[in-house]
Design a protein around this ligand. Structure first.
Ligand code: GAR
Length: 199
């Protein structure tokens, strides 16, 4: 039997964070990216999964119900941790509860500012620039049943320049995300596993 802990990635779009995570854990001794879950049949992350020979479950709203396609698949694999990487739907309460402290999300701003429903991707960067912020960054947090409300695990920041557009700021934020999200996931899982093993 594999001694690896299985990590699934949920994504809705391009999947550059998913790619960074997959590459980081390639050959890892304890953690394996076992599955990709995607709610958008047009998303490029599906192609990324194919290139890395990873099973990818594409699903619709109904498939997120208790006992539905996603739930069944998570149980069967079995998936122990979930990293949300540009996943734009709310995780239903029953899953958030089943995976308490085992689902991480990355948000492209310094929460609690610029979070909540409708705040994703480019919209976040537009809002940060419109507010005249001089710094932005990333927040990695555990999730609960409310958008962007979980416990912060990690933050990193970067400058916002007067000449920034949402695109230039997005590029800077993506660099931060790709650099930090994989090792933060690693440290989080290893620490969590150790706590669970300790009697
Ligand atoms: C990332 O910047 C991520 O932080 C953001 O979507 C982008 C996905 O990029 N997530 C949110 O805004 C969630 N509220 P990617 O598909 O290239 O990883």
């Amino acid at each position: 039997m594999s001694s690896h802990v299985h990590l699934a990635i949920f994504a809705s779009g391009n999947g550059s964070n998913a790619e960074a995570i997959i590459r980081y854990f390639d050959g890892h001794t304890r953690i394996r990216v076992s599955d990709i879950y995607c709610n958008n049949p047009e998303a490029y992350v599906i192609e990324r999964a194919r290139q890395h020979h990873l099973p990818c479950t594409v699903f619709g709203k109904m498939d997120l119900a208790p006992g539905g396609k996603v739930h069944q698949s998570l149980v069967q694999r079995p998936v122990r941790y979930i990293a949300l990487a540009g996943f734009l739907w709310l995780i239903p309460g029953f899953l958030a509860e089943a995976y308490t402290n085992r689902i991480l999300n990355i948000h492209p701003a310094l929460l609690p500012k610029f979070g909540g429903k409708g705040m994703y991707g480019q919209k976040v960067h537009e809002a940060v620039i419109a507010a005249g912020e001089t710094r932005s960054g990333i927040t990695i947090h555990t999730i609960d049943e409310v958008y962007d409300r979980g416990r912060p695990v990690f933050q990193a920041d970067c400058p916002v320049f007067g000449y920034d557009t949402p695109e230039t700021l997005a590029r800077r934020i993506h660099e931060l995300e790709h650099r930090h999200y994989p090792p933060v996931i690693e440290a989080f899982i290893l620490q969590h596993e150790q706590t669970e093993e300790t009697p």
